[in-house]
Design a protein around this ligand. Structure first.
Ligand code: TYM
Length: 326
């Protein structure tokens, strides 16, 4: 069976971007692959986190994975910092990465523009840690949103570089990026990606937002003055709503446009809200139950760490041997 690795940062409240861009694809792929789904807490501390909140968000992220339909008995669900090999391989790969490569990363460039000199070195080297995550597990496929594509290319480049220097070691991973859900956009500025770290709460929908909030945020989402429903780059807000619609129902975007012919933006917004509420409410109920059952969550992440250690220690051993460590 081929391997999948993917992860989400527990750095805030997960959004429907994380859900449609990542989790929903994981659910689809879990029966055909041997999957490692990680809660990447080491990545989360690239920006300052409040310890109590971080602890809560790590568990909540695990609960969301399970509540969304990821089977903890079939897949390996674990917390990144519980497997020390990630940090260790990350250091090694640091020494094979060029400054220019990490400086070119769009996400780093955007964040450094905002924070200037006070940006952490962790934010700069973060894609190398991500490469370590992926390469440790002989990963074939990495299901992510399109914002992670560049990071994945770095992982491929590093794997190839290492293999060329020391002979075949790492598998070269492929991205899995779906067409309609790979970039769910910001509801207030639909030319930007929806992000859990955005300052404006109306710009994103959390997986755990309640019915009223979802309706309010969708009804306030920015559209345009064209007035008819088309799937077009001239109507980014509407296009985004159609993509959300399609991510839930699986319907083709053309069929969705046809369905709303002669209807108004209010109709589309109303239907998208209904679909979202329907999709998320069952997950929310299960998350609540799971968060009340911390012993169960603890068992899952402890078993997960054991399985992840078992699956990855050989790779690190092989890497160290090839480098010349004793
Ligand atoms: P993170 O935590 O920012 O996002 C987690 C996943 O959600 C996807 N995503 C989106 N997809 C569509 N539309 C959006 N608006 C949207 N926002 C987020 C992301 O593409 C991602 O798939 N570096 C990664 C986490 C990571 C990782 C890994 C992923 C660490 N190691 C190894 C895969 C493999 C990150 O910060 O994702």
């Amino acid at each position: 069976m081929k391997n999948i690795f993917s992860g989400i940062q527990p750095s805030g409240d997960l959004t429907i971007g994380n859900y449609f861009g990542a989790i929903k694809n994981w659910i689809k792929l879990q029966s055909e692959y041997n999957c490692f789904f990680c809660i990447v807490d080491l990545h989360a501390i690239t920006v300052r986190q409040e310890p109590k909140r971080l602890r809560e968000k790590i568990l909540e992220t695990l609960a969301i994975y399970i509540a969304s339909g990821i089977d903890p008995n079939k897949n390996t669900l674990f917390i990144q910092s519980h497997v020390p090999f990630h940090s260790e391989l990350s250091w090694i790969l640091n020494c094979f990465t060029y400054m220019g490569e990490t400086s070119r990363m769009t996400q780093y460039k955007e964040k450094s523009l905002k924070s200037g000199e006070s940006i952490s070195v962790g934010l700069f080297t973060y894609p190398i840690l991500m490469a370590a995550d992926i390469l440790l597990y002989n990963t074939d496929l990495v299901p992510v949103g399109s914002d992670q594509k560049q990071h994945l290319e770095l992982a491929r480049d590093l794997a190839e570089r290492f293999n060329n220097i020391y002979s075949d070691t790492f598998k070269i991973p492929d991205p899995y990026i779906s067409s309609t859900s790979s970039r769910i956009m910001n509801l207030q500025s639909p030319d930007k990606k929806m992000s859990k770290s955005d300052e404006n709460e109306n710009s994103y929908i959390k997986i755990l937002d309640d019915e009223n909030i979802i309706r309010k945020k969708i009804s306030r989402s920015v559209t345009d003055s064209i007035g008819s429903i088309n799937y077009s780059d001239d109507q980014l807000g509407i296009k985004n709503l159609i993509n959300i619609f399609s991510s839930i129902t699986g319907e083709d975007t053309y069929d969705i446009v046809a369905r709303f012919k002669n209807k108004g933006y209010g109709d589309l917004k109303n239907e998208v809200s209904n679909l979202l509420i329907d999709e998320l409410s069952t997950i929310q109920k299960r998350v609540k139950e799971l968060m009340d059952n911390k012993d169960y969550l603890e068992k899952i992440y402890k078993d997960g760490a054991e399985k992840a250690i078992e699956a990855s220690y050989r790779m690190l051993r092989k890497v160290k041997k090839k480098i010349g460590f004793i």
